[in-house]
Every structure is written in structure tokens, then in C-alpha cells.
Design a protein around this ligand. Structure first.
Ligand code: LIP
Length: 317
């Protein structure tokens, strides 16, 4: 079902959400110094699934401000979920929030950290804001309104940042990947073999190797989506992260001409519906320019099929 929110309503919500993201960003910066001084952090499911007092405090700030301003809207948040809240997705407007995406980076002082505030309506993302306070980079989009990057006091720049070039094959791609926090042999073997084939040289014995230009890990699903939207990464793929990690990033990417999809057999129709949102398997490819022989949108689908023919498919736990 289509979103019930009008463009004017979405723009008003965007205006409020951008200001809130900057406020949350200030608390993240304050927390960064405190956490690096104290080293205080807790573990969720294991020693690499980290949470800090500031993940919880930022979510409380964002949740209280959103519910005060939009009392009828529902709320899904990483730390609320960790605390046992289970908000099921309906057609009603629902905020989907990750207070600190890139918590491991946050703890280490690696500046790829952001607050991610998405809005879902009609079971599809319709608004997204990502704010990285360390680099003062703010990504934003509303459905039908385009995607923008506002950084370091410069005027908003429409995404992608450069005219999309053709991408003939994965061998010319810069690909975003993540190890994630499930380090079981099963997960690490699937990811390891997949990464090996993406990077490996088929002419030097790597069966099914694609020899991509290289692989990158920003350590934040949300910022990986932002980087694909701006054209700095060609693709990003992850199995195991959650709806709050990708909700805002997915509408920003779609509004920047990207194709977003779920697992190996999801239809490549760029419909980020409930199955894709909750599927915990995500892929996004940048806007691709038409070449003499192929339309960019066809190249996006061909390359995702080539990608899925290269990597393993497996179930997140
Ligand atoms: C992180 C994601 C990342 C994934 C990590 C973790 P967090 O989110 O952004 O893509 O690999 O396991 O889920 O926990 O920093 O909000």
C-alpha cells in the first residue's frame, strides 16, 4: 500500500528529523570522548557485538523527541529491540532508528559512525537521514524528492556526486563488505569464501574469482549505503545486519538512482518491501550510466545476478 504521507508532510518531517539527527550527533561526539576515556562498553550476543551507554542515551533522545512531535507514529529502534520491544511493522508510519551505527568504530575512535533515522510508511522506507558527526556529513532523502549530501557547511549536493559511469563488470568494481558480529565457523567460512572469490584472480587459480578492484569495510551498514548512493562504492552486500541498519540508507540510495534488493532470489524490482526490510540480507548497487550497448538499469540487474552467482547464500542467525 502506498504511503499515506503527502510530499509536504514528508518535507516537514525531514526538516524536523535533520535537526534531531544533528542534536543526536552532538551527544555522540560527547560520548566518544567519554567512552574512549573510560573504555566502558558492554557486550550483547558476544565479545564483538558491542553496546555503550551512549547507544541507549542517543536512542532515548531520538525516541522521546519523535514521539513528542509525532505521537501517532510507531517506533522501532536497535536498543529498544535489544531491551525486548517487538514492534511489528504495519502500514502505519513507523520510525526505524539506529542510534549509533558503527558502534565498534565509535568505541575505537574510527570516524565512520552515524545516527540513522528512517521512516517507513505503507511498509516501505519513505524518508531517511544519516548523520556522521565526526566528518559532519549528513545524507538525506524523501521519496520522490531526490537524495542529498550536506557536508562541512557546504550547500546540499545532489547524489550521486558525479555523472554515473558505466560499470562493465565486477572486475572493475569497488565493493563494500562486512564481517559482522556472527563469527561462527559457518558464517565466517561462507563470508570468507565469498570475499575470496570477489577478490581472487581466476587466471591464477581462484575458481570463480572476479578480481574486483578491491573490497572495503566501513564498519557501518548505513554509511556503506551512503557511500554507494554518492558513487564512492559500486556495490555493498551484507547478510546478518538488521532493518534499523539499512532503513534510512535504502531510501537515500534509491533516490540516488541505486538498485536495492534482498537475497539471492529476491526480484530485482527495487521494491524495498517488508520482506526485503526484515530479510537481513541486503545488496545495493550504485546508479550506472548507460553504455553504447546497455541501459544502466539493465546493467544494475546483470551485475547483481553476476554478484549473486559469485557469493554464497546463507541464513543469518
Ligand atoms: C553494525 C552494522 C554493520 C554490521 C555490524 C553491526 P551497529 O551495526 O552497521 O554493517 O556488520 O555487525 O550490525 O551494531 O554498529 O549498529
Amino acid at each position: 500500500m502506498a504511503s499515506t504521507l503527502s510530499p509536504a508532510e514528508l518535507n516537514e518531517i525531514l526538516h524536523f528529523t535533520v535537526a534531531l539527527a544533528r542534536k543526536a550527533g552532538a551527544l555522540i561526539l560527547e560520548g566518544s570522548e567519554a567512552i574512549r576515556a573510560s573504555g566502558a562498553m558492554d557486550e550483547k550476543k558476544n565479545s564483538v557485538d558491542l553496546v555503550t551507554e551512549y547507544d541507549v542515551r542517543v536512542e532515548e533522545l531520538v525516541k522521546s523527541e519523535l514521539s513528542a512531535k509525532y505521537p501517532s507514529f510507531k517506533f522501532i529502534g536497535e536498543e529498544s529491540y535489544a531491551a525486548g520491544a517487538r514492534t511489528s511493522l504495519t502500514d502505519e508510519p513507523t520510525f526505524c532508528v539506529d542510534p549509533i551505527d558503527g558502534t565498534t568504530n565509535f568505541v575505537h575512535g574510527f570516524p565512520a559512525v552515524c545516527v540513522s533515522i528512517g521512516l517507513i510508511s505503507g511498509r516501505r522506507p519513505v524518508l531517511g537521514v544519516l548523520y556522521n558527526p565526526f566528518l559532519d556529513q549528513l545524507y538525506s532523502a524523501v521519496k520522490g524528492g531526490g537524495a542529498y549530501l550536506t557536508q562541512r557547511g557546504l550547500p546540499p549536493a545532489r547524489l550521486p556526486l558525479a555523472k554515473p559511469r558505466p560499470l562493465p563488470s565486477l572486475s572493475q568494481a569497488l565493493i563494500g563488505i562486512e564481517w559482522g558480529s556472527d563469527r561462527s565457523a559457518d558464517m565466517v567460512n561462507h563470508k570468507g569464501e565469498s570475499f575470496k572469490r570477489l577478490a581472487g584472480n581466476p587466471a591464477e587459480g581462484v575458481v570463480g574469482g572476479r578480481m574486483a578492484h578491491s573490497l572495503r569495510s566501513l564498519g557501518s551498514a548505513a554509511l556503506n549505503f551512503g557511500m554507494v548512493a554518492q558513487g564512492g562504492l559500486d556495490l555493498y552486500w551484507e547478510i546478518g545486519c538488521w532493518p534499523w541498519d539499512i532503513c534510512a540508507g535504502s531510501i537515500i540510495a534509491q533516490e540516488a538512482g541505486c538498485l536495492v534488493a534482498g537475497s539471492h532470489n529476491s526480484p530485482l524490482d527495487n521494491d524495498v518491501n517488508q520482506d526485503v526490510l526484515e530479510g537481513r540480507k541486503y545488496i545495493v548497487i550504485r546508479a550506472i550510466g548507460d553504455s553504447e550497448t546497455e541501459k544502466g538499469v539493465d546493467a544494475q540487474k546483470r551485475l547483481i545476478k553476476e554478484f549473486y552467482a559469485t557469493v554464497d547464500d546463507f541464513e543469518p542467525k
